[in-house]
Design a protein around this ligand. Sequence first.
Ligand SMILES: Nc1nc2c(ncn2[C@@H]2O[C@H](COP(=O)(O)OP(=O)(O)O)[C@@H](O)[C@H]2O)c(=O)[nH]1
Ligand SMILES: [Mg+2]
Length: 464
Amino acid sequence: MFDTLSDKLQHALGDLRGRGKLDDEAISRAMREIRLALLEADVNFQVVKDFVAHVRERATGADVQKSLTPGQQVVKIVHEELTALMGSGSSGLAFSPRPPTAILLAGLQGSGKTTAAAKLALLLRKEGKSPALVAADLQRPAAIEQLEQLGRQIQVPVYSEERSDAVKAAADGLARAKEERRDVVIVDTAGRLQIDQELMDELGRVRDAVKPLNVLLVVDAMTGQEAVNVAQAFQEKVAFDGVVLTKLDGDARGGAALSVKAVTGKPIKLASTGEKVDQLEYFHPDRMASRILGMGDVLTLIERAEAAVEEDEKEELERRMMRGEFTFDDFLKSYKMLRRMGPLQGVLKMIPGLGKQLEGLDDVDERQLARVEAIILSMTPRERAVPHVIDGSRRKRIAAGSGTSVEQVNQLLESRKQMAKMLKAMGSGKMPALPGQAPLGAKGAPRPSATRKSKSKRKRKAKR
Ligand SMILES: Nc1nc2c(ncn2[C@@H]2O[C@H](COP(=O)(O)OP(=O)(O)O)[C@@H](O)[C@H]2O)c(=O)[nH]1
Ligand SMILES: [Mg+2]
């Protein structure tokens, strides 16, 4: 995901990071690199121009804090501007005080509507809601069957009518959801290969019939700028409230993610990163910016970990993680959990400091997983629980015992340390800083909304 862009931006900023002083030339050079990186990532031309102008102005202007080196300051500015570009804060879905809340999915054929409908239903079901799916794609006979099959897989009812029309099927589905006291109805609609008037008219009528609180446009991130053009065309004809960005797993460039909000004015609400039904997540611009800049994404990691463990393990895990008590026993446990948390490469990249080490590897395979496991298993129980006792001679012993090198042992020790530090800082409500990077919670900086959200979530939990 966004690998190319991520590399190039990190390269552009890497040069500034260590500098004590920024002259015009250094800034200009970095801005040129950032501009090229964004253009190569297929970000809309005008968006790139505005973005670079903003960053440059802030980097050279009075907006400089004493607590940071100028280089760190620029990294912080780029992080904030990337976040703003993708729509500061996560905007979530709207829910009606009088259920059912209707959610309408629209988009081109093959963009991922039907799978996104099922994934969203599963996401909401896991949140304790009782969703239903409505098949209003009657263009292809197989479309109903596809949705029904997905519905069975995720245990969500699918309302469908054969030999009906889309408008009637949608209206009947809504009525049935009301009767059965479902609180969310997700309506899957037909797509065409091209946006045509007929499709738009039908979509308009379906919308009028179900009066959805959320109209979501599903766009395929892999189509880059084309996805943004499609969104713009839809926006002119059938207004939508937000975007579901699919196939991010296959998108190395990131052009759609970075342009769609700026061009259409509508935020990305959800992002899909794979074909499996649990591979849909709420989109958090600040976390995405962190990932792009190689700062890791600990919040998403924790959420995924929570989703992968049993209910009663959850509180304990979160509490320990937030206290920064992340021992090697925890590390080992979480490594085993990783297998339940999605493709390994993506998960490991969310660990701060580990992303760089994975560079150049096409895939993190079981061998590497086994290596980490071997190193930890070569530690004594005390070493695992109190990692700071691991001195030079212990490192040598562990390396020998696990058939690895001292350097590899050191890497793992460093990774755990950063992880624990990051988690602890998050537990205290501050977004942590990585070496050479701006502390995001530094004074004057707006606190990332995601941190606030997870805090209030904990509060809610405590109340129950
Ligand atoms: N790799 C990947 N494939 C996806 C994703 N979302 C959907 N797909 C695939 O894209 C294809 C089209 O999806 P579908 O939901 O049928 O699209 P629709 O025509 O818009 O309803 C299917 O093969 C899906 O499995 C995603 O996030 N990642
Ligand atoms: Mg479909």
